[in-house]
Each structure stands twice: as structure tokens, then as C-alpha cells.
Design a protein around this ligand. Structure first.
Ligand code: F6R
Length: 615
């Protein structure tokens, strides 16, 4: 939700700001903008609606090039105010302060009224402009930029990651965060800020991750940080393991395509050093994990979107393998109710980014309701709000996921959750050594099996063209495959804009079957499991209503092809843990190719952003 990049260097900063914006575009692409302090310490700003390439085109077309040693930039996911030039960041107050913001200032209307009374005028509909005016006003009573920011932020409620520059203090950027991510990059030619380290990989691998409420003064040769109580603090410098190339497209056309095909390796990486001698390394969940998992009596999983769908699959595994009750809920609902949280609950948050605002807030709320619970986050982001707030962390090691539609993050979450169910089952003796071995062997075969499933791409691509003129689609599955059907429907909706719903196949006759006619494509998942015969009956019910069907089956499910029914074999005799992971692959490929055939922007679908750091 909005990306910020900035820096103070001994070189021209403009190229880095643009490169950073391109790397952060996954966080929002409603508008973008950048500002530098030019030689005479005056602001030079350009803004544009839509993707970063529009901003680049404006820059190229300008006769007088933008240049400066200090600057900030922003790519926006609109919350308050439509995508427009006026609403695009950076915002300026009184030609003295300029800033970029990621987050939401909830009390902006009160602040705006106060500032109107003080004589400030507003040129945007955003909540952000009040921040600029508040800092400008604070500068009248403070003698440094950092103390002005420290004073101003006291009046805000809500969330913010901020990069602030001032024409009166041309040697520094002030950075602060609360509820939104912000990192400082330490380079040889200067120092930088960004919402995500990926934006700065071409200039540094050394990062400081700001804590909640920190305020930092960043100069070319010096970084000074104060905590939320105003105490001078030293935050550790971490070396990033990410490579600049890992966030490039390589030979692929889209990040989503690249990430679908990276899944065999992503799963290998997630399993690496988590298994030894066909046995799970429980300490991979944290040194205290064994002690905590021994006592667990129930699991609560909280997540959003695709991560929520992964949680739904895990419920089957935790109850089946570990024999403990598991509840799964979307974070945006959970955080606002008064749930009962029993002692000995393992509270699991699932999140690719580790920054999803609803998930973070749900975790905070749960810790207040019962401070005795053990909290575990399963995330793809080592330095994130969730890892900081949780007792235990398990990293998915999927590598950077840039495509807005989650693919490899989802399947590596499933692998991590399978390891979790197996760990608790092992500790609580609900599975024996040979059952553990068999689960592990299944997981180890996954990269090869996914590779095989990816080979069906050409067949799936041909089927995808059928969706070009469709308005709706139904996805069917039973057991864990219902959650996978939900994930398939979500993928189709978000990147091809076709309305899609998932149903447990047995539930269809209780209402939704009324929707079935020749214009309603139905996609069914048919693994060779104990529910197969039931599913076959459900497919007959659908078929006899004239639907066009696509069935992704296990070779041994032996679904008889009928007229207007395509059956594609994806795999052969896989187990209850591996099956949902493998059957995710054809659904990802289907939505990818439907989106391509419709000509939508696969990696940056409309209205979405990768990391939802606002409520
Ligand atoms: C769907 C998708 C979203 C995310 C959701 C949660 O393809 O990517 O539904 O799964 O926004 O994000 P994280 O996992 O970062 O908490």
C-alpha cells in the first residue's frame, strides 16, 4: 500500500528514485511522483497518474532535467482521494516541507479543520497533506527538522511511514514509521530510505529496520535515531541476503509467470535445513518451539486473502494429523470481535508480506485478550511487523514475490503448515515415526511433481481462451480441495476480472446449482482420495445441467470425459498433504492464461496492491 523511496547522496538521486519506484510498484500504481531539492534549495517536483512509466515519460519529455542530491519519491495506492495529479505524492506545505506517506491518518478531518483556521490551504483530497502542514507549523516552534517531525506526529492517529525533506534543512531526510514499514539503507555514497529493501538493492545490502515510533535523521554521512519516547537509540545493521537480480524478470514475460515456475525451487528452499534424516527439525520454528508445541491444545489461524486460503487447508491437516482443533478466520473480522482465546492456544498468523495491517492488528488484539498464548508467524519476510510481534517465526523462503497475485508464497505457506501439523503431531504422539517419514517423503517429492504439473501448461493455455467472453465461473472441490478451489477462484477474479466463486461440490445442490447453464464454466478438482466417488456424483449433477466443465484430475481418478468436459491429468496417486499443493498449479496457470487472453495487466491488476498495510 504505497511505496516510498528516498536518499541523500553525493550524486544525482533521480535515477535511483525512479529505479526504486519501479521496484516498489507492486505496492500500488494509482499515481507516482518524485521531488528533489535542486541546487538553489528549491523543490523540483513531478507527478503523474497511473504507472511509474508515465512518470518516466514525463521526465524524459522535460526540457530542463531534474537533478539534486536529496530527494523522495512515492508510488500510490489510493485510499483518500481518487488517483489524480493533485492527490499524488510528494505533497508540499508552504514551499518549506515536502513529504511522502504510506498509511492512513485517521483523524485528518479534525486536523484539517484546525489547519484551515490557521490559514493553511489544501490542494488535495488526501489525508497526507495535513502531515505536511503539521510539520510546517511545528517548524515555527522547533529549531530542527527532526524535532518538528517529532512534535507533529504526536497529533496523528493512524499509521504512517514518512520521508520528509525541507528546503530549510537541505542536508537531511527525516524518516519515521508507525504501523507501516520503513527501512534505512546505508550506502557508500550516501544513505537512503524505502518501504522495502528491494528498492535499494542496487546501492546497498546494509539495512536498519526502524521500530514502531522511531524517528531518524538521515544525512549523507550520519544516521541518528530516536525511539518513540525520544531516547537516542542504536538499531542493529542487518545484511540483506537478497540479490538485485532476484527481483528482475529474467526470461519471463511477467513476474506471476516467473513465480509460478519458481515453485519447485521455492519449495526446495523452504524445506532446506528443516528436515534431517527424514525427520522434521522442530527448532526451525524457533528454539522455544518444542516446549510450546508440546502444550498446544488448539490452534487459531489468522490471515487474509490467499494466506487465509492456505490456513483453511491447514485446518484439515492439524485436525487430521495433530488431532487438535483448529479455527481459521480472516483477520479483518477477527480483530474487531471479542473472541474467546483459551490458554494453550497456538496463535498462527500467515502472511507473505508480514505487514498486512489487519493481520498485524489481529495479532496485537489477541495478545491483549490472552497474554499467555504462544504466537507463531509464518511469513516470507524476515524483517516484518509480524516477526517482531511473534514468539516464534517460520520463514517460507519463497524469495521475493513481486506479482500481485500470490503464487509461490501460497504453496510455500502450505509446505510450512504441513511441517507445523507434522511437528505438533510428532511431539504429541498422534503420528508415529513411519507416518512422519511418509509425510516428509511426500514433501520432498513436491518439486518434481510440480515440475510435472507445469508441463500441462500448453493444454491449459488452450482452454483459457474459452473464458474470454465469460462473466462468471464456478470452482468445485471437496475437503482440502475446497480451499484450493477458493484459491483458484481468487486468482481468476483478481487478475482476469471474471467473477468466480468456489463451492464445496456437495453444497451445490443447496442453491448455487441454479446458476448452472451452458454459459457458466465449472472447474473441478478431482484428486484420487476417499471423496472421489462423491465428487463424481456431484460432477454428474453439474454436467446434466449443460455446463462446460474442466476437470483437473489425478491420473487414477479415471474421470470419464464427456461432451463439453475437458479432463486434464495433473498428477498420479499423491497423498493428502501433497495433493492440495500440486492441484494449485493448474489453477494458477489457468488464471494466468485467461488474464493474458483478456489482455489485463497480470502483475498489476486494477485496484490492488501487493502489501495491504492499510485497514
Ligand atoms: C491474492 C493475494 C492477496 C494476499 C493478501 C494477504 O493473490 O495476494 O489476497 O494473499 O492480501 O497478504 P499477505 O499474505 O501478505 O498477508
Amino acid at each position: 500500500m504505497c511505496g516510498i523511496v528516498g536518499g541523500v547522496t553525493n550524486k544525482d538521486i533521480t535515477a535511483l528514485l525512479l529505479e526504486g519506484l519501479n521496484r516498489l510498484e507492486y505496492r500500488g500504481y494509482d499515481s507516482s511522483g518524485l521531488i528533489v531539492l535542486s541546487k538553489n534549495n528549491s523543490f523540483d517536483r513531478i507527478r503523474s497518474v497511473g504507472k511509474v512509466r508515465n512518470l518516466e515519460n514525463i521526465l524524459k519529455a522535460r526540457e530542463q532535467k531534474i537533478s539534486g542530491n536529496i530527494g523522495i519519491a512515492h508510488t500510490r495506492w489510493a485510499t483518500h482521494g481518487e488517483p489524480s495529479i493533485d492527490n499524488a505524492h510528494p505533497h508540499i506545505s508552504m514551499n518549506s516541507v515536502s513529504l511522502v506517506h504510506n498509511g492512513i491518518i485517521e483523524n485528518y478531518i479534525d486536523l484539517k479543520n484546525e489547519q484551515l483556521n490557521r490559514g493553511y490551504s489544501f490542494s488535495s483530497e488526501t489525508d497526507t497533506e495535513v502531515i505536511a502542514h503539521a510539520i510546517d507549523f511545528a517548524m515555527k516552534s522547533c529549531n530542527t527538522l527532526i524535532s518538528s517531525v517529532q512534535l507533529a506526529i504526536k497529533s496523528f492517529s493512524g499509521s504512517y511511514g514518512l520521508g520528509v525533506i525541507s528546503s530549510k534543512y537541505p542536508d537531511q531526510i527525516i524518516a519515521t514509521r508507525k504501523g507501516s514499514p520503513l527501512v534505512i539503507g546505508i550506502g557508500t555514497n550516501g544513505n537512503y530510505i524505502a518501504s522495502d529493501q528491494m528498492a535499494l538493492l542496487s546501492v546497498t545490502k546494509e539495512f536498519i529496520f526502524l521500530e514502531e515510533g522511531d524517528v531518524a535523521e538521515i544525512k549523507i554521512d550520519k544516521i541518528t535515531i530516536y525511539d518513540l519516547n525520544g531516547n537516542l537509540v542504536v538499531r542493529p545493521i542487518k545484511i540483506s541476503m537478497l540479490k538485485a537480480g532476484s527481483v528482475d524478470l529474467g526470461n519471463y514475460d511477467h513476474f506471476m509467470q516467473k513465480e509460478i515456475f519458481e515453485q519447485p525451487q521455492a519449495i526446495r528452499d523452504t524445506l532446506e535445513s528443516r528436515i534431517t534424516n527424514d525427520s522434521i527439525v522442530i527448532s526451525a520454528f524457533g528454539f522455544k518451539a518444542e516446549k510450546k508445541f508440546n502444550k498446544v491444545k488448539q490452534v487459531q489461524i489468522i490471515a487474509c486473502g490467499s494466506s487465509y486460503n492456505a490456513g483453511l487447508v491447514a485446518k484439515y491437516w492439524l485436525e487430521d494429523i495433530a488431532k487438535i482443533p483448529c479455527n481459521v478466520e480472516v483477520a479483518s473480522e477477527y480483530r474487531y470481535r471479542r473472541p474467546i482465546i483459551l490458554n494453550d492456544t497456538l496463535f498462527v498468523t500467515l502472511s507473505q508480506s508480514g505487514e498486512t495491517a489487519d493481520t498485524v492488528e489481529a495479532l496485537k488484539a489477541a495478545k491483549i485478550i490472552n497474554c499467555n498464548i504462544c504466537t507463531l508467524c509464518i511469513t516470507n519476510s524476515a524483517e516484518s511487523s509480524l516477526t517482531r510481534l511473534s514468539d516464534l517465526t517460520f520463514l517460507t523462503h519463497a524469495g521475493p514475490e513481486i506479482g500481485v497475485a500470490s503464487t509461490k508464497a501460497f504453496t510455500t505457506q502450505l509446505v510450512s503448515l504441513a511441517l507445523l501439523a507434522c511437528s505438533i503431531g510428532k511431539l504429541q504422539n498422534t503420528i508415529n515415526r513411519s507416518q512422519e517419514k511418509s509425510i516428509i517423503n511426500g514433501l520432498k517429492k513436491l518439486p518434481g511433481l510440480i515440475h510435472k504439473a507445469l508441463h500441462q501448461e500448453e493444454k491449459i493455455k488452450k482452454l483459457a481462451t474459452r473464458f474470454q467472453n465469460k462473466n462468471s465461473a464456478l470452482f468445485l472441490g471437496r475437503g482440502t480441495m475446497h480451499a484450493i478451489a477458493m484459491e483458484g477462484a481468487l486468482k481468476l477474479k483478481e487478475i482476469s476480472y471474471i467473477h468466480a466463486e468456489a463451492y464445496p461440490a456437495g453444497e451445490l445442490k443447496h442453491g448455487p446449482i441454479a446458476l448452472i447453464d451452458k454459459d457458466m464454466p465449472v472447474i473441478a478438482i478431482a484428486p484420487n482420495d476417499e471423496l472421489l466417488e462423491k465428487l463424481k456424483s456431484n460432477l454428474q449433477e453439474v454436467k446434466s445441467r449443460g455446463s462446460q466443465m474442466i476437470v483437473f484430475e489425478d491420473e487414477n481418478s479415471l474421470i470419464e470425459p464427456m461432451e463439453a468436459m475437458e479432463v486434464i491429468s495433473i498428477t498420479s496417486n499423491v497423498g493428502r498433504i501433497t495433493a492440495p499443493i500440486i492441484f494449485t498449479i493448474p489453477l494458477q496457470l489457468l488464471s494466468y492464461h485467461v488474464a493474458l487472453s483478456k489482455g489485463t495487466d497480470v502483475d498489476r491488476p486494477r485496484n490492488l496492491a501487493k502489501s495491504v498495510t492499510v485497514e
